[in-house]
Ligand binder design. Structure first.
Ligand code: AHG
Ligand code: MN
Ligand code: MN
Length: 349
């Protein structure tokens, strides 16, 4: 319909938010809550933020600029490296090195802990899985980066062993998911979980999911059921109890497994349910790495009101790895869903 002035109005008008909370603004506001803060942590997060933008950019362009496929090498834990695993790692390492705020860096793609001697005064240590879910890369499935930040002791000497810390020592952790848009989830010690969405035009992560809380329960399970013949009895009993409910009128759970933990974890945070990668007879120590996969995710799940435990039903964040690439079984997600596994294990032990 024509307007009074005779012109046709636009189909729809976007309501413009002129007071956006960007990640940069969020970090500055967080910093101002801590009177003792020096700004080092904020600067470290800015360097992390750049690495996420950069990795997201190359993943988007991978098929166009011939970055798909295997690199022909394998990493410290024997996994085949994809070209983007190598590039993602290089981007991450360069960002941490040049930040001047990171003294030690553990990456899934580096056999040894990297020690940045040029930043010998830096007080932070970072752990990362530069690209989680890389076996899905060439199929265009969502992948992401997982990270954790530790504050080193004042008398730290900058040695690998100083990073063998439990998740309870993390000052911050988070992950990104490079999907339909790039998402970033971040939490700080004893704080809330906040989700940001990359606005490609602005080049900024925008706070779109403040104070993410896990639904207390939800009938969704997420696990690689192809491993079920290797599972131990409590794990088998637990998943069977979801699929064959015994109570009258009980409905079976839905199965959702993407095979990229970042994507399965992101869905679990939003919709609820449980994600599990149990240790089993084939992988007695589990598959996922404690320092840079399990602990950061467990911290997020707990800060969002959920639970995360290992195969012995111990809180995942209390586990101290003996080696930087140590693995563990993990069950994480909605509080009540994880409690069901814990209760079944109690019957056995
Ligand atoms: P990465 O790509 O860093 O090696 O991690 C892959 C992990 C994780 O993303 C996922 O949950 C799991 O491996 C999938 O393993 P399966 O293929 O054995 O299900
Ligand atoms: Mn991974
Ligand atoms: Mn990886």
């Amino acid at each position: 319909m024509a307007q009074a002035n005779g012109e046709t109005p636009p189909v729809a008008q976007e309501k413009i938010n002129t007071d956006i909370v960007t990640l940069t603004r969020f970090l500055t506001e967080e910093q101002s809550k801590h009177k003792e803060a020096t700004g080092d942590f904020t600067l470290l997060c800015h360097a992390l933020q750049f690495s996420f933008k950069s990795i997201a950019y190359y993943i988007r362009r991978a098929s166009l600029i011939n970055l798909s496929g295997l690199a022909g090498s394998s990493n410290s834990t024997g996994d085949d490296q994809h070209t983007l695993d190598v590039i993602g790692n290089e981007i991450f390492v360069a960002a941490m090195r040049s930040s001047g705020k990171c003294r030690l860096l553990v990456s899934e793609e580096e056999e040894e802990c990297l020690v940045f001697n040029e930043s010998s005064k830096a007080r932070y240590a970072v752990v990362c899985d530069p690209i989680d879910g890389s076996s899905n890369l060439d199929a265009g499935v969502s992948v992401g980066t997982i990270f954790g930040i530790f504050r080193l002791a004042d008398n730290a000497e900058g040695k690998q062993e100083e990073l063998l810390l439990p998740g309870t020592e993390l000052v911050a952790s988070g992950f990104t998911m490079y999907g339909a848009s790039a998402q970033l989830v971040i939490t700080m010690k004893g704080s809330t979980v906040n989700g940001f969405t990359m606005d490609n035009a602005l080049g900024e992560f925008i706070l779109t999911h403040p104070n993410m809380r896990l639904p207390k329960s939800r009938s969704i399970y997420s696990t690689n059921e192809g491993n079920s013949m290797y599972w131990d009895e409590p794990v088998k009993e637990y998943f069977n109890s979801l699929k064959y409910p015994t109570e009258k009128g009980g409905k079976p759970y839905s199965a959702r497994y993407i095979g990229s933990m970042v994507a399965d974890a992101y869905r679990t945070l939003l919709y609820g349910g449980i994600f599990a990668y149990p240790a089993d007879k084939k992988s007695p120590k589990g598959k996922l790495r404690i320092l840079y996969e399990c602990a950061p995710m467990a911290m997020i799940m707990e800060n969002a009101g959920g639970q995360a435990v290992n195969n012995r039903m111990e809180r995942m964040v209390t586990i101290v790895p003996e080696h930087i690439h140590d693995r563990s079984g993990i069950f994480m997600g909605s509080y009540d869903e994880v409690q069901k596994v814990i209760d079944i294990y109690k019957k056995y032990h």
